[in-house]
Design a protein around this ligand. Sequence first.
Ligand code: TXA
Ligand code: MG
Length: 329
Amino acid sequence: MKVPADPGAIAKAAELLARGELVAFPTETVYGLGARADRSDAVARIYAKKGRPAENPSIVHAATAEQAFALARDVPAVAHALASAFWPGPLTLVLRVSAGAVAPEVVAGGDTIALRVPAHPTAQALLRASGLAVAAPSANRSTRISPTTAAHVEKELGSDLYILDAGPTGFGIESTIVDATLPTLVVLRRGSIGLEAIGRVAPAVDQGDHVVAEGQKRKAPGAFSRHYAPSVPVVTAARSEIRRSAAELSRSIPQHKNGGVITIGVVPELDDTRLRVEALASEPEGFARELYAAMHRLEDAGVGFVVVEAVPDDDAWKAVSDRIRRAAR
Ligand code: TXA
Ligand code: MG
């Protein structure tokens, strides 16, 4: 059930976590599905609820950098520098896991751990109230669109789940994941913090576009090709090609369902079509904030396909174009 994230609800959620139960909560990126990270039975509930493959490890959330780093060993100076620059905030750091710090299921039996100190006041309050490190992937079924509202979580995972509702999230796409276990920083997933900002702290290699076909052994966990995807086909098209692309898709969909379009700002040429148009912001931050919600709305409206306007090929749009590419596979 969705519950307004007031102090009483946060206390109740902390109690559920302490007992090993699941709680969904907002972060500044997307909503997470949390369980205490130190108990296998609790973490197993996350994987069962999401239908998540056991070999995909989960991000561990802590209230402070100190608490987060306590779960890791051999923490390099650059990790401390990144933490001072971006924590609390939408950065996830991959470090060597300290033996026995969390249940083995959290790290999928590996020797690294992904750590994040979220800035969202509700996430902070929950982590502080529970005093726990909380494993929390995004609160969606595996490979599906991430939730940016409590209603999205309920749609994905059902109403028997305790969901702290603090309205829509601020960033709208997931945290940037940086591997700090190697001699050079490697960005494993593009996200809410831009590559340029990471690069100002230390040089980083961008492997955010690394994708792995389903069934193939992954290099970077979470790099599966189909991810962040609505239940209908998604294609991208340049603005001038949107109409043609939509017409083609309508013909190929037997039920002749209406299509949806996601555009960068308003596109007047589409006004006279039967397409359901979601005109998002024309700058990347605003577009990112609205992208998943727009996909959820189109899906809920029963569209047969989604055409997404191709975004500019520059750094500021990289995280967004990465999510669209994965949705479109
Ligand atoms: O913004 C976010 O990061 C959200 C909020 C809830 O914090 N969480 C999130 O979690 O996006 P999830 O599980 O949907 O994505 C976590 C990604 C996965 O791709 C996973 O493979 C990767 O983090 N990951 C987890 N542990 C890792 C590790 N030890 N090494 C490399 N990647 C790891
Ligand atoms: Mg996810």
